[in-house]
Ligand binder design. Structure first.
Ligand code: PEP
Ligand code: MN
Length: 343
């Protein structure tokens, strides 16, 4: 059930209505937006049905058909914009997140961050807890890695993002970084999704290796229903029969997710292709498909990387990527303006 609020409804009206709905077990969630926003009832109580349209500030009550009660455009038509430091994700300009697959040392992370900064990337990535296929490969530096990432990010003025792999680690990781990343392998780790949501930090949710778009968006609901509205979706390629690329980057998922949800959508062409020569073209294509940004892996010395060195970009490549992502963003914005003018 969706309660549409009068544009003139007061804060007092909304507070009163929310507390009545909660007291009558309707699980209300307030979504600010155009006008005075809307209230979604996650569990509408049938005994209250007659009252919904009469509550203070409410102009009408309509059924909510979308399975994505909080992520769907039905409950929130306007794009969500997430602010990380001075950066906005989901708004006008595309965002580039770059950094090493894993934080390996202070020196390696600082050099990678300098590359990111010089090229014009806005957010520094780096894994401290690595979900590796083999238990015998480098698993990340853990807390020491978080400390390095946070310190280097602060030094260079770059907000940071890192993956968290267990619910127990969430409070610690949230202390160190600006954005929590849920990796593809954990997309349906529901306890982790709830814990990440409860941290109150922005959460970037990667699509699972074999997840449908519906499963991905329903996973986002687990984060949103904690009251945390700062969810970024990340398409990172899915498993198909094609072995020529590491994964099959599903850019149709980007256009579809943009239509279905108000949440920002970004693309990881590094894991999506696993091939450096494909990362720049796929980054351009991602922006053309409607993505709000890209995440890519870089390394100051890819041959010595402990993890994913073969897909790491160098400084020259990263500079080209940032330039072309921004240029594609501008082209998309001018096409959108032209489309509006023709209406
Ligand atoms: C990563 O970004 O470091 C990572 C492990 O990605 P994914 O979860 O998409 O495999
Ligand atoms: Mn990687």
């Amino acid at each position: 059930m969706l309660l549409h609020l009068h544009p003139q409804s007061t804060e007092e009206d909304i507070r009163e209505t929310l507390s009545w709905l909660a007291a009558h077990n309707n699980e209300p969630v307030y979504l600010p937006g155009a006008g005075s926003g809307r209230i979604v009832l996650l569990a509408p109580n049938p005994d209250c049905r007659e009252q919904f349209g009469l509550l203070p500030g409410v102009c009408k009550a309509t059924p909510l058909f979308s399975p994505y009660k909080l992520a769907g455009r039905e409950s929130c038509p306007d794009d969500t914009i997430i602010t990380v430091g001075r950066i906005q994700i989901g708004g006008g300009e595309p965002v580039v997140m770059a950094g090493p697959c894993a934080v390996e040392s202070r020196e390696q992370t600082r050099l990678a961050a300098q590359m990111a900064k010089e090229a014009g990337a806005q957010i520094l990535r780096g894994g401290a807890y690595k979900p590796r296929t083999s238990p015998y490969t480098f698993q990340g530096l853990g807390r020491a890695g978080l400390e390095i990432l946070a310190e280097v990010g602060r030094e260079l003025g770059l907000p940071t993002i890192t993956e968290v792999i267990t619910p127990e680690d969430v409070p610690e990781v949230a202390q160190y970084v600006d954005v929590l990343q849920i990796g593809a392998r954990n997309m349906q780790n529901f306890a982790l999704l709830s814990a990440a949501g409860e941290s109150g930090k922005p959460v970037m949710l990667k699509r699972g290796l074999a997840a449908t778009i519906e499963e991905w968006l329903l996973a986002a609901e687990y984060i949103l229903r904690t009251g945390n509205r700062q969810v970024i979706l990340c398409e990172r390629g899915i498993r198909t029969f094609e072995p020529a690329t590491r994964n099959t980057l599903d850019l149709s998922a980007v256009a579809l997710a943009r239509a279905l949800t108000h949440l920002p959508v970004v693309v990881d062409p590094s894991h999506g292709t696993g091939r450096p020569e494909l990362i720049i073209p796929m980054a351009r294509a991602a922006i053309a498909a409607g993505a709000h940004g890209v995440m890519v892996e870089i390394h100051p010395d890819p041959c010595s990387a402990k993890c994913d060195g073969s897909q790491a970009l160098n400084l020259t490549e990263l500079k080209t990527l940032v330039y072309e992502v921004n240029a594609t963003g501008k082209l998309m914005a001018s096409l959108a303006t032209e489309r509006m003018e023709k209406r």
